[in-house]
Structures are given as C-alpha cells and as structure tokens.
Design a protein around this ligand. Structure first.
Ligand code: SAM
Length: 337
C-alpha cells in the first residue's frame, strides 16, 4: 500500500537551511568553505533576499559564539568537550570547528538526523576530500547501517527519529558495547545543539529528549551539560500567523510552535526540567546589542536593506535559548555562559 510520507516536508526544511547558509556565504556575510559541498548544483543556486541573509548571519554568529565560549570554558578546566547536534541536517559547524583555532578542545562531535538526511550527508562526506580529510585517514572512517551512519574518531553521524524514545533512538550513544566505552563520555562537558528542529516535534517529545540527556549526565559523574535551542516563537500575532501559514502551505507541521511563548517564557523549557540556569535572546536583540560593532558596520554595507522595520519584525520571532546544568558541586565559571 502507498504510504504518505508526512516527514518529507520536514526533511525538506534542511534544504532551506543549507540554501540560506550558502547564500549568506556567497554574499560575504559569513565565511564557510564547506557548505557548498552539501548543496547540489551549488553554483546555480540563486541568492536569498537580504533580510534572510541578515537573519542567517545573526543566528549563525550567535550560536558560534556560544559554542566558542563553551569550548573555552572546557579548555580552562583542561578538559576536551563533546558536542551533539540534533537535527543537524547539512550543518557544517563540525568542519568549521575541526579546522579552526579551538580544534584541540574537541573530543567528539556527533550529528543526528533522519536516515534519509544522514545517508545523503555520509555520501557527500565520503565523496569529498575536503570534508573527509578532516575526519582522519580513510581506514578510520566507517560507513555503517546501510550507509546511513558514519563513524570516525572525531565525528559520528547517526540516523534516528528524535520523536521516538531516546533510550532506543539514541541508546547507542550511552550503552557499553563489548569492551568499548559508550560514545558519550559523561565526565566531559557536553553541549547539545538544537538548531531549528524542536519546532517539528511536540513539546512532550522534546522535553523527553532534553530530560534523557539530563538524566544520563546526572547519573554519571559530575558532568556539565549545556544546550542551545534556536527556534521561532510567539507565532500567535498577525506576523507569526503569516509565518505559520507559509509553512502550512508546504505541509510542514509545527507541533512544537507555542503561539503564547514570549522571550521571557522560553527559558522555562530548561528550568522546568531541572537545568540550573537558562537564558533567551531574540535575534532582534542579538543583532542590536551583541554583534561586534565592526561586524555590524561591515554587514550593513553588503546589501541594500530597505525595510529595517520588517527585518526587526522577522527577527523578533526567532530566539536562541540556552540552558546549563552543572551536575557536580562546581558551577563557576560556567554560570557566566
Ligand atoms: N540544524 C540544521 C541547521 O540549522 O542548518 C538543519 C535545520 S533544518 C530546518 C531541520 C532539520 O531537523 C532537518 O534536517 C530535519 O530532517 C531534522 N529533523 C526534524 N525532525 C526530526 C526528527 N524527528 N528526527 C530527526 N531529525 C529531524
């Protein structure tokens, strides 16, 4: 019987994210030598509107900054850290980090997405020397599970449906197999990244996921766990309703979009799950207050942006929320994150 694949429109959102990143790179907002390898016929893709480029810039540098701070806090403790990106899609942050100034601080970078997406990504990595060289020698890079999983010393790519029970979907991260320790080392500072993914699952499902990681790290050692969520929110107003209906026409369902969320209420996502602290900022606030002045001036000159009010209207519907949980006795200096 023919089954209707209701997840196909959700997977297609990865394409939007990759095209937006590629466009921001082409227009010199961002520098990323790797994104083009994940976009088919990259050179033929048209640029996105200036407003989208600015949004992509603000979101990317803000998350990069939180990740860099995390790596620096880990180094200050003479520890390497782990990063797990959930719904990673075609994201290139691993390659940027592993070739950047903080590369020695990374112990492991793990990406998870639907099998259709991880298979495409694994193939792109295997096919491209610039991507695969970063993972180590070819003998150390192993494709498994019918080409949907890829394992290497520094980077793993795993297929999973994040709406399912995490102890099954992500169990391979925390279980001991034979003599091998679990992939996730609970004694290392670990950062979870959910960049534009939780909106596609119910809040019950995303809470289960956040709680599962929290429980694993609390029951092992005195680890430090952080999580970054990037999402749209406050979609109950007239502008928000237009954003939702645009996605609905593409059959993308958004069970995680809470129309009543405000930037003040966003941290409760973490605080309700016993994370020790959490903060949230809208992209509008980040653009205004947190972009380095030189960068602000530089990007303002890249393209004509005739509707600054419209830009603010879009940016105030996106937020970055980050939560921290310090499971041992120490919390300083992590509290400043
Ligand atoms: N995080 C990437 C970025 O920001 O560039 C990709 C974002 S894209 C908008 C959303 C991604 O989440 C897609 O790759 C999609 O396949 C993935 N995703 C959504 N729901 C998922 C689920 N239930 N399980 C696994 N992956 C999921």
């Amino acid at each position: 019987p023919q089954t209707h694949d209701t997840d196909a429109p959700i997977r297609l959102t990865d394409n939007d994210a990759a095209l937006a990143k590629l466009s921001a790179v082409r227009q010199n907002y961002l520098s990323d030598p790797f994104i083009k390898y994940f976009v088919p016929r990259a050179s033929l893709q048209p640029p996105r509107p200036p407003l989208i480029n600015v949004g992509t810039f603000v979101r990317t540098v803000a998350i990069d900054d939180l990740v860099d701070q995390w790596l620096d806090l880990s180094s200050a403790e003479r520890k390497k850290c782990q990063i797990v990106s959930l719904g990673a899609g075609s994201d290139t942050r691993f390659w940027q980090l592993a070739t950047g100034p903080r590369k020695d601080c990374l112990s492991k970078y793990i990406e998870v997405d639907f099998p259709e997406i991880t298979m495409k990504k694994a193939m792109a990595i295997k096919k491209n020397k610039d991507l695969s060289a970063v993972l180590g020698v070819p003998e150390d890079v192993k494709l498994e599970q019918g080409g949907t999983a890829l394992f290497s010393p520094l980077y793993d790519l795993l297929p999973a449906d994040l709406r399912q029970d995490p102890s099954v979907a992500l169990g391979s991260l925390t279980t001991v197999t034979g003599n091998a320790p679990p992939i996730l080392d609970a004694s290392l500072p670990t950062l979870l990244i959910f960049e534009c993914v939780l909106v596609y699952m119910s809040s019950r499902e995303s809470n289960t996921l956040l709680h599962w990681f929290h429980a694993y790290f609390s029951s092992h050692g005195d680890g430090i766990l952080g999580a970054i969520v990037y999402e749209m929110f406050g979609l109950g107003d007239s502008f928000g309703r237009v954003m939702v209906s645009n996605l609905k026409t593409r059959n993308v369902s958004l069970p995680g979009a809470d129309p009543y969320a405000t930037v003040e209420s966003l941290p409760s996502r973490f605080l309700n799950l016993n994370y020790s602290s959490a903060r949230a900022l809208t992209l509008k606030d980040i653009r205004r207050d947190y972009i380095a002045p030189k960068e602000f001036v530089r990007i303002s000159k890249l393209e004509m942006l005739d509707e600054v009010e419209e830009l603010d209207l879009v940016l105030e519907h996106y937020a970055i929320t980050w939560g921290l949980t310090t499971l041992g006795s120490r919390s300083a200096p992590w509290d400043d994150w």
